[in-house]
Design a protein around this ligand. Structure first.
Ligand code: ATP
Ligand code: MG
Length: 424
């Protein structure tokens, strides 16, 4: 036998019955975004490497260490998208969707990062994200957070996730703060680990994001970015908090929350859970007012978030808040002379009458006993049994697989029977 070729480490297959859980969750996400007036955008999985370097920032973990970058056959440097915002902005600029208009968009799809695979951290993972262009906030900032809160509510997660909120101020405020922070970090250089030492000059705010407990302790005395805020930033943040309060959305201010990518300003937020171990951030987002201009467009306010679908689904599964749905409601079984033609026709006419009932034709022959066992195996609720007698009388025997009850009905009564049992 030939040697089997396996998947790439950290890139997972998704198959039944788990794919039905993903479909249920995706359905909730799409319906929620649609109820807030958002529309879907699709853009490629591969872009020119320069797009991500410029958008995300050269000295971020994602660009420095995690991107899948390769030369294509024409010698161009391309990368698999590590996140959605850069591609979304590129697509909107290229298709004139931003200038002089606003956009409220969502996207869903695979992202790629070369990280060490572990629970909740993969090399191909999936994000559901949304981006808004042309609105300064803070009303839209609050509404974006409200969308995420509505999603948790619908999924039953409200008690298991916590909103962390921060403001990163303006570029000028961050520049001033940066000097003070670097001065502080220089004084405490001896406690910093290699990562923090490296970031101290390239991207000092990221030091605040460290997971190293000892450094966190020292950082408690570090100057705070909020100390550099001027009126505009303070007003934006206060108004946002007021909106959240009035919407009944609880949050904690986390002044160390800086987010991993370079493009954020003002509002940033994360939804975290303690139920997933170290990979506790289920959703991250924030405002990125400078990015559109940075990518060659006009100055445009923008804000977005992304939900990590693997983490969301792991969380839902660990709390038993989702279960796979059965692929089949009704199994059509047939055995005997001329039963095949009648069975296929009955199955098809029922499907067109009941588009939402999942009707499988057994196919492949065999005794009724084996066919009913098949129906049980796929968790069908009913079997339709069609033998020679049924064909002769133009009737169908319905078996309720949970109770074992069965009755033989003409086709009109069968329709009424299914109508009764499936109209919830
Ligand atoms: P982390 O700090 O966990 O590495 P991040 O800041 O790199 O997260 P973002 O770039 O903000 O993540 O992406 C948004 C969301 O996508 C994260 O909150 C997380 O739920 C999910 N995510 C990010 N990287 C991965 C990954 N490698 N595998 C699975 N999910 C991921
Ligand atoms: Mg990361």
């Amino acid at each position: 036998m030939a040697v089997k070729i396996n998947a790439i480490r950290g890139m997972n297959d998704l198959f039944p019955p788990n794919s039905s859980v993903w479909q249920q969750v995706e359905q909730v996400l799409k319906a929620t975004l649609s109820s807030y007036g958002f529309s879907e955008i699709r853009f490629p999985v591969v872009e020119k490497t320069g797009l991500f370097c410029r958008a995300i920032g050269e000295v971020t973990d994602v660009v420095e260490k995690e991107m899948y970058t390769f030369e294509d056959r024409d010698g161009d440097s391309l990368s698999l998208r590590p996140e959605g915002t850069a591609g979304c902005v590129r697509a909107c600029l290229e298709n004139s969707l931003i200038y002089n208009q606003e956009q409220r968009l969502w996207y869903m799809g695979p992202m790629f990062r070369h990280e060490r695979p572990q629970k909740g951290r993969y090399r191909q993972f999936h994000q559901f994200g949304c981006e808004v262009f042309g609105l300064n906030g803070p009303d839209i900032d609050a509404e974006l957070i409200a969308i995420t809160a509505a999603i948790w509510q619908k999924l039953g997660l409200t008690d298991y996730v916590k909103l962390e909120l921060n403001s990163l101020g303006s570029k000028e405020e961050r520049a001033q703060y940066r000097d003070a922070l670097v001065a502080f970090l220089e004084e405490h250089k001896d406690v910093l680990d290699d990562d923090c030492k490296r970031r101290m000059y390239t991207n000092p705010l990221r030091v605040l994001d460290t997971k190293n407990e000892r450094i966190i302790e020292v950082l408690k005395d570090a100057p705070k970015l909020s100390g550099y805020f001027k009126e505009e930033t303070i007003n934006h943040f206060n108004k946002l908090k007021l909106y959240l309060d009035s919407l009944g959305i609880k949050y904690t201010i986390n002044e160390r929350l800086v987010r991993g990518l370079d493009y954020y300003n003002l509002t940033v937020f994360e939804w975290v859970t303690t139920s997933l171990g170290a990979q506790g951030t289920v959703c991250g987002g924030g405002r990125y007012d400078g990015l559109v201009e940075q990518l060659g467009g006009q100055e445009t306010p923008a804000i977005g978030f992304a939900i990590g679908l693997e983490r969301l689904i792991l969380l839902l599964e660990s709390l038993a808040l989702v279960k796979p749905s059965s692929a089949v409601d009704v199994m059509v079984c047939y055995q005997g002379e001329n039963t095949d033609v009648f069975a296929l026709k009955v199955a098809d006419s029922l499907r067109s009458k009941f588009p939402s009932i999942k009707i499988m034709t057994h196919c492949g022959g065999g005794k009724f006993k084996k066919q009913i066992a098949h129906a049980d195996k796929v968790n069908a609720q009913f079997a339709l049994i069609i033998g020679e007698q049924e064909v002769q009388n133009e009737m169908v025997t319905v078996k309720n697989l949970a109770t074992g009850d069965q009755q033989t009905l003409d086709l009109v009564t069968l329709v009424a029977y299914l109508n009764n049992n499936f109209s919830k």
